[in-house]
Design a protein around this ligand. Sequence first.
Ligand SMILES: NC(=O)c1ccc[n+]([C@@H]2O[C@H](COP(=O)([O-])OP(=O)(O)OC[C@H]3O[C@@H](n4cnc5c(N)ncnc54)[C@H](O)[C@@H]3O)[C@@H](O)[C@H]2O)c1
Ligand SMILES: [Zn+2]
Ligand SMILES: [Zn+2]
Length: 361
Amino acid sequence: MTHQVRAVVARGKGAPVSLETIVVPDPGPGEALVKVEACGVCHTDLHYREGGINDDFPFLLGHEAAGVVESVGEGVTDVAPGDFVILNWRAVCGNCRACRRGRPQYCFNTHNAKQKMTLLDGTELSPALGIGAFAEKTLVAAGQCTKVDRAASAAAAGLLGCGVMAGIGAAINTGNVGRGDSVAVIGCGGVGDAAIAGARLAGAARIIAVDIDDRKLEKARSLGATHTVNSKESDAVEAIRELTGGFGADVVIEAVGRPETYKQAFYGRDLAGTVVLVGVPTPEMKLELPLLDVFGRGGSLKSSWYGDCLPSRDFPMLIDLYLQGRLDLDAFVTETIALEDVEKAFERMHGGDVLRSVVVF
Ligand SMILES: NC(=O)c1ccc[n+]([C@@H]2O[C@H](COP(=O)([O-])OP(=O)(O)OC[C@H]3O[C@@H](n4cnc5c(N)ncnc54)[C@H](O)[C@@H]3O)[C@@H](O)[C@H]2O)c1
Ligand SMILES: [Zn+2]
Ligand SMILES: [Zn+2]
């Protein structure tokens, strides 16, 4: 059997997205069909639409989603119909060299659904990040469904599926922020703010938010920043050092993805400290640093994919903390919108007053 549902499709490079009817097959072995309840609009969806990821048009956009499992295919035992789940793009394989060494958070061979969703004429769709959740129903690998407490709001929970997890995980997993640490976060969009919330959860004593937009800094403060720096008005490195006894922060998280902000992170870090790059650079960007400084300052320079998260470990735990009032996921939901408003949400991204627009079904 197949299902015909409404979905947001990007048909060609740079063209506005369109609302289409798509065909979603029943789940085969190892797959799950999910009735989507909410899906956040992420910059990565816009990158897909602009042809910045690859040329496999048409794309079925949307990947920060939560919903309810409607049916599962043969052999699926981890989730069952009726489960409330967050969709993830790290369904670990269990067999690659990372998994076999007990590091599934780095899995190099993650699973997606084998069957294809299509347009009505049979054209195969490429789901964004192997998910494709701007659709009333979507087909994923069962491992892409992580069961969490039904008490959570779908709009807030779905955000853990990508950007918010990337930020929280950059602090708590990759950066290994601990009690009493000083942390600076450069770039306070959804990802940077999530890193701030993660640093607070981990017990950081001082959290310095750096951005060029005062509105972003205000929001950052409400999520846990203890100090803010507008790096248009003052030098970011000097300001971070000043706020850390002249030394720099133990962990600096770069959440912009540019060489100049990476350099600020590098020099705003204390000796033997950690830099975490979570912002995504473009292919033409180059970084130049004195190698002697890379050596002499010690510590570690890391990058963070998806917050080095393990969905089965991190999603239920973070949802529990959210339900206890210790992690304000609702603060990341700026507005809830309808499926037909995704294009408008892309336009609003440039305005700087939205952390996340979330499609609610
Ligand atoms: N590593 C991952 O797994 C992962 C996952 C999702 C997103 N990302 C990346 O994280 C980055 C941030 O994403 P987002 O959704 O928060 O984007 P965003 O556009 O909402 O936020 C970017 C923030 O950086 C600020 N900024 C811009 N230039 C700056 C500068 N020179 N100095 C200081 N601040 C500056 C902006 O004012 C804004 O607040 C992007 O590069 C995105 O692609 C990475
Ligand atoms: Zn693996
Ligand atoms: Zn995303």
